[in-house]
Design a protein around this ligand. Structure first.
Ligand SMILES: *Cc1c(COP(=O)(O)O)cnc(C)c1O
Length: 412
């Protein structure tokens, strides 16, 4: 059994350890939900306060120019691009994943109108599938077909009718990690396009969009990028497609000259065409500040620590004799896993609530998954060891069976 002392030694030797001090962490808590809502940095709090109190309250509308608010979607997009292996000018920060998926799927359809199949995974995040279903309602029958298959079978279903492979790189339930390079190559070998959802990848592991020649990608900023609740997401369009395709939610911010106020829509030929309406500046300012944490860091070192934290958690749970009552839902091999470890448990909701009551902020995914998000920027090895002990105590005291957990909260 790895002792708490050994974990403390690992923290002392951890090159990322000092980053924790940049984050606001409620005393007495272990925050394991950075894959759902990342924590705030002190700098982010300050930036939001300044944006409101100085730029908005004092400089008012001038700030669109003086504080360069108008370019925030692009400047923030470029900061994100650096984390996902994308060149400048191919990534923009706007809207939610859901809305961005709509736009990008339409781009794919424009590029290859004769193709109609979208291959995705049966257990993809709901919204990814709903957007396709909604789009099917808008199009004529037969123009778009959604085929959902097991994650392991994506490549074998791609055929000459396939328009798009739409995959989430890290499965939000299990943390299973897909090989984007090989999937993209398979899609392209059949003339199909590739759209990757990076919701649980961006800020958590190295991503190489350009290198893999991915066509389109989406992601959110409120998970591992710590942009804040409801912060806008991002969209990536491979440079090969930019200027050739136009997403259909024509809005003035995607116009080539928004302030001409011309009655006709002329699409911008840059990544700005992905924009629709006015950007939410307070949120954009928060993301912009939050991303500064990644300055000078390489995603490889974040990934190394993330894998080590995951391995430690699994080892501790096993050594405490709990890998019978809890079943590992995530791949055991860290290389096959994103930055989370999930366990099945019959009373996963109760267990999660009991942990939260102890200050261990884990999360639950229906129907029976306890999900532990691992954010290397602010989690310590000792936190993981303590988490395993809290889980053991909850279970042995039957805290997870408390009748208070019989009705679920609105947000789980
Ligand atoms: C979190 C998440 C989303 C969220 O979509 P929004 O439209 O930004 O709310 C979408 N897809 C996946 C895979 C996610 O994990």
């Amino acid at each position: 059994m790895i002792t708490k002392e050994q974990c403390e030694q690992m923290d002392l030797a951890d090159p990322l350890a000092p980053l924790r001090d940049q984050f606001v962490i409620a005393p007495g808590t272990i925050y394991l939900d950075g894959n759902s809502l990342g924590l705030s940095t002190y700098a982010t709090q300050q930036r939001v306060a300044d944006t409101a109190a100085t730029q908005w309250a004092v400089d008012g509308i001038k700030s669109w120019n003086t504080a360069d608010w108008i370019n925030l979607p692009v400047t923030v997009g470029n900061k994100i691009a650096a984390l996902i292996g994308a060149t400048k000018g191919t990534t923009i920060c706007c809207d939610s994943i859901s809305v961005n998926l709509f736009k990008l799927i339409c781009l794919a359809k424009q590029a290859k109108p004769e193709r109609f199949k979208i291959i995705s995974t049966t257990d993809n995040f709901g919204t990814d599938l709903y957007i396709v279903q909604g789009l099917q309602q808008l199009l004529d029958q037969g123009e778009l077909q959604l085929v959902t298959v097991d994650e392991s079978e994506l490549a074998q279903h791609i055929d000459s009718d396939t328009l798009l492979v739409m995959a989430t790189q890290v499965n939000f339930r299990t943390g299973n990690l897909l090989d984007v390079a090989s999937l993209t190559a398979s899609a392209h070998s059949k003339g199909a396009m590739m759209l990757v959802d990076l919701a649980h990848s961006a800020g958590a592991l190295p991503v190489h969009l350009d290198q893999c020649n991915v066509d389109f990608a989406v992601g959110c900023t409120y998970k591992f990028l710590n942009g804040g609740p409801g912060a806008p997401g991002f969209a990536y369009v491979n440079a090969n497609h930019l200027g050739k395709l136009a997403q259909p939610i024509y809005g003035w911010m995607g116009h080539s000259a928004p302030f001409d106020f011309s009655p006709e829509y002329t699409p911008s030929n840059s990544i700005k065409q992905l924009l629709t309406g006015t950007p939410p500046i307070l949120s954009m300012a928060a993301i912009d500040a939050a991303l500064d944490v990644f300055d000078g860091l390489d995603m490889h070192s974040i990934r190394m620590k993330s894998m080590a934290l995951g391995n430690l958690l699994i080892a501790q749970i096993e050594q405490l004799g709990l890998l019978g009552e809890l079943t590992l839902a995530s791949p055991r091999d860290a290389e096959q896993r994103g930055s989370q470890v999930s366990f099945y448990h019959e009373h996963a909701y109760g267990l999660c609530q009991a942990l939260i009551e102890r200050g261990v902020i884990a999360d639950f995914r229906a129907p029976n998954i306890l999900r532990i998000g691992l954010t290397p920027l602010y989690l310590r090895y000792i936190d993981i060891a303590n988490t395993a002990h809290h889980i053991a105590e909850c279970l042995s005291n039957d805290e997870h069976l408390d009748c208070r957990w019989q009705t679920k909260n609105a947000v789980t």
